[in-house]
Design a protein around this ligand. Structure first.
Ligand code: AP5
Ligand code: MG
Ligand code: ZN
Length: 215
């Protein structure tokens, strides 16, 4: 299964990708997660990316295209992959097509998750993640059993640096301007399937499974 999850910040791309990893035995490739790991490690790429990410803007195309081109060649992508947060611009989508054709692979599906703007702000402002194992939560929609503590490993929950309201609004504007055109791009290729991302997490998961079974 070679899949793109497309959608604005907070649409549920990461939440859904994580459950598909177990179901299909294919990796989640989140450029946001890869960049955050580089920031944490303090690599040269991480240092450059941090300023763009903190401001809610996009990291330059050539940086993320290079990351994904390398990642797609790892052995664990042999059976497929879930791209989460990539591509985000038309040049990134074009670069993905040429990388995949070089590897003699083709995308199966692009699933677009649609969610209202105000719901996105609420989801992102309430998002938390475990600082140790990375498990995701939401203070209202997916709360941990004990406030601010991970159910799985007991470590403290943390908030992403770019999940402050002002930065969230900037990220949403960048999405509308630079990423939303990919909906038409993939509709034009006949690969797009649109889902109502306003539904509860489990219901979205079931709808995605139905689409994947039909491939
Ligand atoms: P990235 O990490 O990709 O962030 P994003 O696209 O802004 O998306 P999010 O991770 O915020 O949202 P999500 O859709 O994964 O939502 P989630 O499942 O967590 O990118 C971060 C930054 O890195 C970018 O701003 C940019 O600077 C840089 N970057 C990354 N990729 C790049 C690229 N390709 N090009 C250039 N720059 C790039 O859900 C959110 C919350 O809602 C959670 O708390 C969850 O529990 C809850 N939730 C999920 N689904 C539901 C539901 N159905 N109902 C209720 N609550 C729900
Ligand atoms: Mg995410
Ligand atoms: Zn944990």
């Amino acid at each position: 299964m070679k899949l793109i999850l497309l959608g604005p910040p907070g649409a549920g791309k990461g939440t859904q990708a994580k459950t598909l990893v177990d179901e299909y035995g294919i990796p989640q490739i989140s450029t946001g997660d890869i960049l955050r790991a580089a920031v944490k490690e303090g690599t040269e790429m991480g240092l450059k990316a941090k300023a763009f990410m903190d401001a809610g803007g996009l990291v330059p195309d050539e940086v993320v295209i290079g990351i994904v081109r390398d990642r797609l060649q790892h052995d664990d992508c042999a059976k497929g992959f879930i791209l989460d947060g990539f591509p985000r611009t038309v040049p990134q989508a074009d670069a993905l097509q040429s990388t995949l054709s070089g590897l003699q692979k083709e995308l199966d599906l692009v699933i677009s998750l649609a969610v209202d703007g105000e719901a996105l702000v609420e989801r992102l402002a309430g998002r938390r993640a475990c600082g140790s194992c990375g498990r995701g939560y939401h203070v209202s929609y997916e709360p941990p059993k004990k406030s601010d503590v991970c159910d799985v490993c007991g470590a403290a929950l943390v908030q992403r640096a770019d999940d402050q309201e002002e930065t969230i609004r900037k990220r949403l504007a960048v999405y509308d301007e630079q990423t939303a055109p990919l909906i038409a791009y993939y509709r034009g290729c006949g690969l797009l399937r649109e889902l109502d991302g306003m539904k509860p997490i489990d219901e979205v998961r079931t709808r995605i499974s139905d689409l994947l079974k039909a491939v």
